[in-house]
Write a protein that binds this ligand. Structure first.
Ligand SMILES: [Zn+2]
Length: 412
């Protein structure tokens, strides 16, 4: 399997042969025993150069094929995933007293979220393992993403969503032809049910954190930020955090590039949680470098994609961000909704609430004055069209008029 050396438990460090294990460390269990994909670093260092990726000619995350755990390009779907734009907004940077502000618009992926990076890879892993059905539980984006990529690969998908999942995301699932179960309960209930069903029926499970290959797809956003900025990554990178897999992926991506000598320094990764759903930020605040202690919460936030009270990748998220030198912050729903409007009105990028949370975290730290003169990137992890209900009440209604020019004059 390419240059993968083993899968290693993030808690007890036991190493496993990837052919012998699907999900998590049997000793440490599904919460603490998430697995890391470990590569033959010496071999990679001999063969990989900065030019390696552009030389593939691929404007997608598959330009990083040599750093991804697939056997071959045989099952890669035709959909273009990754290599999303990284925009610079100097005027907005100036307003925040930053030297530069970049926005990575992952709403431009095929199903309009960052999760496509992971789904693309996991559908390929299902096919390599000759598993004929894929499944997951999700607050929405991971599910619609899996459904889309399963459709592209011709595999059936069975999806579990909490009953409160936004309508646009549920519609997306049904349009892609997935079998959708709306679970009368929370995301956490849907997650446990999907795991049980996957075991019972032999489906390949893409649920967050459980599957070790998800973080591998998610790390490619970090690779891209580094490469798109000419191998000079920004001082800080902001990302919304729910289960903790995307923030872990970004940390891993930057760390791998640094270890391979492709970048000289690693940006500080800032994970942004919603105040009503911030168990990882709380676990990080308690972390003293040994065992990660965490407590689950009843989650409630307008940002459905990061509304997770029982985060599944908490151990990775806390240890990776600590090693990275980054931090976690929490923002209110009000700050998130404000961030959607500011971003949309000053950049033209329409983020869904979880995507705008990252920007809200940046604004919070910028107000504290600690970011003056720094460069920062914000990862917008999903397109705003996926959840318009949240912002709709903030922006008022259009002006109703009769079809006469005189009518317009009354309102100018
Ligand atoms: Zn273990």
């Amino acid at each position: 399997m390419g240059s993968v050396r083993c899968l290693r438990c993030v808690s007890c460090q036991t190493e496993y042969d990837p052919r012998e294990i699907d999900y998590t460390c049997p000793t440490c269990g599904p919460r603490r025993g998430t697995l890391e994909v470990i590569y033959d670093e010496a071999a990679l260092r001999r063969t990989i150069r900065r030019e390696t990726f552009a030389a593939t000619g691929r404007a997608s995350m598959w330009r990083y094929e040599t750093l991804l755990p697939i056997d071959s390009m045989r099952f890669v779907q035709p959909l273009r995933v990754g290599w999303t734009p990284l925009y610079s907004f100097p005027a907005l940077a100036q307003r925040l007293n930053l030297a530069a502000l970049y926005v990575k618009d992952d709403g431009q992926n095929p199903t309009a979220s960052y999760k496509d990076r992971a789904s693309s890879l996991v559908v390929i892993k299902a096919q390599e393992r000759e598993r004929h059905t894929v499944t997951c539980a999700s607050t929405g984006n991971a599910a619609s993403s899996l459904a889309g990529f399963a459709a592209a690969a011709g595999l059936p998908a069975v999806i579990f969503v909490p009953e409160r999942a936004p309508e646009a995301k549920v519609a997306q699932l049904l349009v892609y032809g997935a079998k959708v179960f709306s679970v009368l309960g929370s995301y956490d209930d849907a997650y446990d049910l999907a795991s049980e069903a996957a075991d019972r029926f032999g489906w390949y499970n893409r649920s967050a954190a459980l599957n070790p290959y998800l973080v591998e797809g998610k790390k490619t956003g970090a690779y891209e930020i580094a490469e798109q900025l000419g191998w000079q990554p920004p001082d800080l990178v902001f990302i919304g955090v729910g289960d903790g897999s995307v923030v872990s992926g970004l940390c891993k991506g930057f760390e791998e590039f640094a270890r391979l000598g492709l970048i000289d320094r690693v940006p500080r990764v800032v994970g942004v949680q919603a105040e009503g759903s911030s168990p990882i930020a709380a676990a990080f605040a308690r972390y003293r470098g040994s065992t990660v202690e965490f407590e689950d919460v009843e989650a409630a936030t307008v940002a459905d994609s990061i509304c997770v009270g029982k985060p599944r990748d908490v151990v990775k998220a806390v240890t990776y961000v600590a090693r990275n030198g980054g931090e976690f912050v929490s923002v209110s729903d009000n700050e998130i909704l404000e961030a959607i409007l500011t971003l949309a009105r000053s950049t033209g990028v329409f983020a869904e609430p979880a995507g705008a949370a990252a920007y809200a975290g940046l604004v919070q730290l910028a107000k504290g004055g600690t970011l003056a003169g720094k460069t920062a990137a914000v990862v917008v992890s999903g397109n705003g069209l996926k959840d318009t209900a949240a912002t709709r009440q903030r922006v008022g209604a259009p002006i109703r008029i009769e079809p006469h020019v005189k009518e317009i004059e009354r309102y100018l």
